[in-house]
Design a protein around this ligand. Structure first.
Ligand code: ZN
Length: 312
């Protein structure tokens, strides 16, 4: 069975490191990720350069990524303005974050829930105006869905209502994002089922998990249990975790691919070539810590990718 590992390092990783990676180095890194077999990469975010200068070159990066046939070029958009830029650049997939914690939403995007839903509606309308063949996939991502550092747990009823409103606004899909690293395996299974009950089974296929408290891969297994087929991850856990020095924030791509392949899933990604891409990344961000157990320990002797052991 195929599982899609969506590489978010060039967006989620780079926006969380202090240094700005030169545009040419970003292109070289993306080329190396594609060479390793990555089929979807979140290459940037259409936010004002004053807010996230590290991603100011996103339009150029999108244009470069589009030269790779077969690659899904994904971007994050905070609002309709960013979405207009993303559509002009030709991105294949747009993700609009909606923090289910309204306190977090106001702090981060300075928008209430109804205001974010209104942005989703406006973006869906822009997409609907495009020729069918050029319409990108539009995902609404429920962030802080496993809990918020400001509000704690968010009521199930709020999560379901917002998932339903995103779909009604015109999203193709609703994703679940563990922004704070609060997720546990039981909560992953429970919340995926909860959101599916509102948005529909087919509309919930992806998880954005963090490894803040060491449960990243355990949460992936829980996601697999309930039929999730797309997992976000960042090469080298790039970006780190501001709350836990030495711990990665995003799930480490190399470790995720290793686990999935060891379980018999087909990621289409070569672990050896990922290591080469990691070298490109490390050279482009000297001094930036990169994480990952597989990168440190190497592959087990005789490891066969995509072949599960007998007693699965
Ligand atoms: Zn993340």
């Amino acid at each position: 069975m195929k599982i899609l590992v969506s590489e978010v390092g060039p967006r989620d990783g780079l926006q969380n490191v202090a240094a700005t990676m030169p545009t040419a180095a970003k292109k070289a890194w993306i080329d190396a990720l594609v060479a390793a077999g990555c089929r979807e990469i979140e290459v940037g975010s259409f936010v004002p350069a004053t807010l996230i200068p590290q991603l100011a070159d996103t339009a150029e990066i999108v244009r470069h990524a589009l030269t790779h046939a077969g690659l899904t070029v994904a971007v994050l958009v905070p609002n309709r303005r960013g979405a207009a830029d993303a559509l002009a650049a030709g991105a294949h997939k747009l993700t609009l974050p909606l923090s289910v914690s309204e306190t977090h939403s106001l702090a981060n995007l300075r928008k209430t829930h109804p205001q974010v839903i209104e942005e989703a509606r406006a973006i869906a309308a822009m997409i609907a105006d495009m020729p069918v063949a050029r319409r990108p996939h539009f995902e609404g991502s429920l962030s802080t869905v496993f809990g918020c550092t400001l509000e704690g747990a968010i009521a199930d009823s709020t999560i379901q209502r917002l998932a339903g409103q995103l779909m009604a606004a015109g999203c193709d899909e609703v994703g679940l994002s563990d922004t704070t690293g609060y997720a546990t395996p039981n909560e992953v299974r429970r919340l995926v089922r909860l959101v599916r009950a509102e948005a529909g089974d087919a509309a919930v296929s992806g998880l954005h998990l963090h490894n803040t408290r060491g449960l990243g891969l355990a949460n992936v297994v829980a996601g697999l249990d309930v039929g999730i087929t797309t997992f976000d991850a960042s090469m080298g856990g790039l970006g780190g975790c501001p709350f836990a020095p030495g711990a990665s924030g995003n799930i480490v791509t190399e470790d995720l691919v290793f686990m999935l392949e060891a379980m018999g899933y087909d990621t289409g990604i070569s672990i050896e070539r990922l290591a080469a891409a990691r070298d490109v990344l490390a050279a482009a961000l000297p001094g930036e810590p990169l994480y990952g157990f597989v990168a440190d320990a190497g592959l087990p002797k005789g490891f066969r990718p995509g072949v599960a052991s007998a007693a699965a």
